[in-house]
Write a protein that binds this ligand. Structure first.
Ligand code: HEM
Length: 324
């Protein structure tokens, strides 16, 4: 072994521990006695594989649970990138030195993060087939009754993705887009409007439960994100960078991937499992799903300024027409 290399390394370690008033020898002893890391420990495999607890004996319920969990993990991957855009990205030198968060987001970093997000969404859109054709319908319509009134509608991470991407006013539908206080505007967000009983106008129980658990947290994030979301960061770029075709295309790809193509893949699963010849089956979350879910009715667009009038009018239409 090269002694100089070894002493250099030990000096660095010693400096590191001295700087915090700690003793290098104790840490070296710890290293001596500690066991080697196993793959199963690192990724907590046993815990991971113990998190699927079906409510019935139908084997396909496990597919349903696993695919939701897989999707939530992908949502976490997307959020990891979005958070970095919101904070302008971490500055780490080639040497490994951490210089903290950047003051301003750079074009290259923005592009890299958007590429990653779009890559994840491609996987999610392609894999939704598992829910559409990879699950037995007759089992699904039975085991779903054991899950009432929970619904993917209550996915906090999905809502966080939306709020980290765009201004709140772009998540408010139709005539309710008026500028009122953020709290009032938040009450008119499209998914709350979609979860109101058509006759009584009352909130569904699924929505009430969701608000009880997450309302405060989501409002706090909404407030914070009005100057930090992806659209704000795009606007904060220098004019030359704002004109980058590459970035604009990536942002548009993101907008259609999440607000049209993912929603459509998801809608197909509802059509497959909840639509029947005689009568439509009620959704577990109690929404009028045929009117709530299709992207052409929701018309959620994260970056409306990047689309022309016709594209906005046609939002999600072509695709939806092809599957109805
Ligand atoms: C057979 C599979 C599925 C069916 C039949 C289905 C059905 C539905 C329905 C009917 C709704 C409307 C709310 C309600 O009344 O419950 C909904 C909303 C939602 N579901 Fe699913 N879902 C499926 C799979 C998934 C998966 C795998 C995810 C992944 C996390 C998911 C996430 C969501 C989200 C985020 C919403 C809210 C959508 C929005 O606000 O536009 N769903 N789902």
């Amino acid at each position: 072994m090269n002694d100089k290399k070894l002493t250099d390394r030990i000096k660095k370690l010693s400096d590191k521990y001295l700087a915090t008033g700690q003793d290098l020898y104790s840490f070296l002893d710890g290293l001596l006695y500690s066991d080697y890391m196993g793959y199963w420990d690192y990724i907590h495999l046993d815990t991971l594989l113990s998190l699927q607890t079906p409510k019935t004996d139908f084997p396909d319920e496990k597919i349903f649970i696993l695919y939701h969990q897989i999707t939530e993990l992908y949502f976490q991957l997307i959020l990891l990138e979005l958070e970095q855009i919101n904070k302008n990205g971490k500055n780490v030198l080639e040497t490994g030195e951490d210089l903290g968060w950047n003051k301003q987001i750079t074009l290259n970093l923005f592009i890299e993060k958007m590429e990653r997000i779009n890559r994840y969404l491609k996987h999610l859109i392609n894999s939704f087939e598992i829910m559409i054709n990879g699950m037995d319908r007759s089992q699904f319509i039975k085991f779903r009754m054991a899950l009432l009134p929970s619904s993917g509608f209550q996915s906090i991470q999905y809502r966080m993705i939306e709020l980290r991407s765009t201004d709140l006013e772009n998540l408010v539908t139709g005539t309710d887009k008026k500028k009122t206080s953020l709290v009032n505007q938040f009450e008119k967000v499209y998914w709350k409007m979609g979860a109101n009983d058509l006759d009584s106008g009352k909130k569904t129980y699924t929505l009430k439960q969701f608000e009880k658990k997450y309302q405060k947290r989501l409002l706090k994030l909404t407030n914070k994100m009005q100057s930090l979301n992806v659209w704000s960061k795009y606007k904060s770029l220098k004019k030359k960078d704002r004109e980058s075709k590459r970035l604009i295309n990536l942002l548009k790809e993101y907008d259609t991937s999440i607000n049209v193509n993912w929603k459509l893949a998801h809608y197909k699963s509802a059509v497959k499992h909840l639509k029947s010849q005689s009568q439509n089956i009620q959704a577990t979350g109690g929404t009028n799903w045929q009117e709530f879910l299709p992207p052409r009715f929701q018309k959620i667009i994260f970056f409306p300024k990047l689309w022309n009038k016709k594209e906005k009018e046609q939002w999600g239409k072509e695709w939806v027409d092809s599957i109805i």
